[in-house]
Ligand binder design. Structure first.
Ligand code: SF4
Ligand code: SF4
Length: 425
């Protein structure tokens, strides 16, 4: 499909809004590690501008500097001129791909993202041959490759592929009460194939609130991995697929359980399908505020506390922090019976995953993750909860590298467990 994403030249005015004040230096996790001007937002804006002005060429160094970005938005969040740095970096990557082609990894990734049947086949294969391909690591915290493979280091923690996939386990419509809202549940790839228990928990929580749930089977990837790799055509194709799947039924909200999916859906739906696309994008909502709005805290208030108290901390996924969803997950964790919530220092700092960033720059990604682990360790929490399966992967990998005894989970799993919904079904 034709790339309908904005071109780098469309951002010239935004790039010129960078007044080189340097505020972004204090917030960039990559600059924090590298201390090189070309990797911070100010440097990247200068590089993008020189490319547009024809004063530089795309060479290895240029590509490396642009690939060293987590698209975390920590810089644009604090930028006094609101320069949309992540959008500009993504547009520059599309320009690189247009001139130089996608990387080998990017080609493979987009082939899979564009073909849901291929993704499903790969997931089935990964599950069936799990014992041959992977070895288990302690505490059921994941798997490691037995054999060398391109782009995945053997000391990297890989999640298990689930024996059942989320969208296959439910009908496309689960009725609730007549006077309650209708929502479309966006599952995302990771929750569909690797963490279906998060989706199971979300569905049980929504059912407890008598919400009408639509789970379109033909929804696809949110497009963030394609955005990160520079494939604008794939982003457009996936946005079109999701626009058709999620827009088919009139719903009050499109709920996400993954912070990155929330970001991907909101930004990509808005650029496809005109007004209808913008309207649908406007309905995309993270599930935490939705659960609060429709009364989950009232149910929690009547839930008996278990004898044992677990200490839990929270990591803010960048794409929830950027839209201001920070108080709601904390409010829910604080309301959980049997949970002692403890705030970690720098909870809002990026964990270091950044989509394809951690594939190309694994060591750097681990160094950023190690800082996050220090913050987690200082809380002495037994569990770190978050709202993004991508962060869960990175946190578990970083925790395993540090040898910390702490479990990672999604906040929805804790809510579901506290309410004992699985048992009461
Ligand atoms: S904070 Fe914004 S305006 Fe200031 S240097 Fe960074 S990107 Fe430019
Ligand atoms: S998006 Fe994140 S990693 Fe990229 S320049 Fe901004 S702060 Fe740094």
């Amino acid at each position: 499909m034709k790339d309908r994403q904005p071109k780098l030249k469309d951002y010239l005015h935004d790039i010129q809004q960078c007044v080189k004040c340097g505020t972004c230096h204090a917030y960039c996790p990559v600059y924090d590690q590298e201390r090189r001007e070309p990797v911070v937002a100010r440097g990247k804006m200068a590089l993008a501008q020189t490319l547009l002005e024809g004063k530089t060429e795309i060479d290895e160094r240029f590509m490396r500097n642009l690939s060293e970005c987590l698209l975390c938005g920590s810089c644009s969040n604090k930028c006094p001129n609101k320069v949309p740095v992540e959008e500009i970096v993504a547009a520059t990557r599309r320009e690189i791909a247009a001139q130089k082609g996608l990387s080998l990894f990017g080609v493979g990734l987009t082939q899979v993202l564009r073909r849901p049947w291929l993704m499903k086949l790969g997931a089935r294969f990964g599950h069936l041959f799990s014992a041959v391909l992977f070895r288990r690591i302690p505490q059921q915290s994941g798997l490691r490759l037995r054999f060398p493979a391109p782009y995945i280091r053997r000391d990297r923690t890989i999640p298990k592929v689930a024996p059942h996939f989320l969208r296959d386990s439910y009908p496309e419509f689960i009725p609730g009460a007549e006077d309650r809202p209708h929502v479309a549940l966006f599952t995302g790839c990771m929750i569909n194939f690797m963490f279906p228990q998060i989706g199971d928990a979300a569905i049980r929580l929504l059912k407890a609130l008598k919400i009408n749930i639509h789970i379109p089977k033909d929804q696809g990837c949110c497009g963030v991995p394609a955005l990160s790799s520079g494939s604008g055509g794939t982003v457009t194709e996936l946005a079109q697929r999701n626009f058709e799947a999620l827009g088919r039924t009139k719903v009050d909200a499109v709920l996400t359980m993954c912070a990155s999916c929330n970001f991907g859906l909101r930004s990509h739906l808005a650029k496809i399908g005109g007004e209808a696309g913008e309207e649908l994008a406007g309905k995309v909502m993270d599930i935490h505020p939705f659960l609060i709005k429709y009364g989950i805290q009232e149910i929690l208030a009547h839930t008996p506390a278990p004898a044992e108290v677990t200490r839990v901390t929270w990591h803010d996924p960048c794409h929830l922090r950027n839209i201001g969803v920070t108080a709601e997950p904390r409010a829910l964790l604080r309301a959980l019976p049997g949970i002692e919530f403890v705030e970690m220092p720098d909870a809002d700092k990026c964990c270091g995953l950044g989509g394809t960033f951690s594939v190309y720059h694994y060591d750097l990604s681990l160094r950023i993750g190690a800082k996050k682990v220090d913050s987690i360790a200082s809380t002495k929490a037994a569990v770190v909860a978050t709202g993004c399966p991508g962060c869960m992967l990175q946190l578990q990998d970083s925790i395993n590298h540090a040898g910390l005894n702490c479990r990672v989970c999604h906040s929805l799993e804790l809510l579901d467990r506290a309410l004992n919904l699985e048992q009461s079904e």
